[in-house]
Design a protein around this ligand. Structure first.
Ligand SMILES: [Zn+2]
Length: 204
């Protein structure tokens, strides 16, 4: 398999994946006690990447959010101070992308190609931030979720279309993640493109 051909830039999130994230967030919001148990599960249609039964296990904070490819489980930390609106939906989507992305699910490919051999799943996120954000599967998962979140947050804050258009045409980094990719010309260019595509969606 050719590695470059696996690099999506922006991972194609199917409607069923998006619905799973919405339903999962609802379930998390209505679950009173996080105990590390699975609180939600159903089959998800990942389009060209097939169908899988995906589970969400909810942990008391602090606990790292990650996707376990062995069991198709998304581990999420329930932080009582976290506002519900879209926060969990976005986290679920990010981890869901990992569970369908062949760069992640094919461990041989992943370990040999990107030098993360023998790094346990739940420790991968503790690589130095720069290295972590530049891992090809993280690029895909962040590109797939961050631009959409950025646009939706602006709408939620009441920005009008013209204000959003201006911000999208000359974006400044507003999150830690955007701060990192801002320092990488290629990634920032890609992000601006994805942001513009998301803007076109709301602007018809
Ligand atoms: Zn990730």
């Amino acid at each position: 398999m050719k590695l470059n051909s696996l690099h999506e830039g922006k991972f194609p999130i199917t409607p069923d994946m998006a619905n799973f994230a919405v339903d999962g967030e609802r379930k998390i919001a209505s679950t009173k006690e996080a105990t590390g148990e699975v609180v939600f599960r159903r089959e998800v249609d990942g389009g060209k990447y097939g169908k899988k039964e995906i589970k969400i296990a909810l942990h008391p904070a602090p606990h790292r959010n990650y996707a376990d490819v062995e069991t198709n489980t998304i581990h999420i930390s329930k932080n009582p101070r976290q506002p519900y609106y879209r926060q969990y939906e976005s986290m679920i989507k990010h981890e869901l992308v990992h569970l369908f992305d062949p760069k992640v699910t094919d461990k041989n490919l992943r370990n040999k190609s990107w030098g993360v051999e023998n790094v346990p799943e739940d420790l991968l996120g503790r690589l130095s931030d720069k290295k972590y954000y530049e891992l090809p599967w993280e690029v895909d998962a962040y590109m797939a979720t961050r631009a959409e979140d950025h646009i939706k947050n602006m709408i939620r804050k009441g920005y009008d279309k013209e204000q959003i258009r201006q911000i999208v045409s000359e974006p400044e980094p507003t999150t830690e993640y955007e701060g990192f990719i801002h320092g990488n010309k290629k990634l920032w260019r890609k992000y601006k493109r994805v942001l513009h595509d998301e803007y076109k969606k709301i602007n018809g």
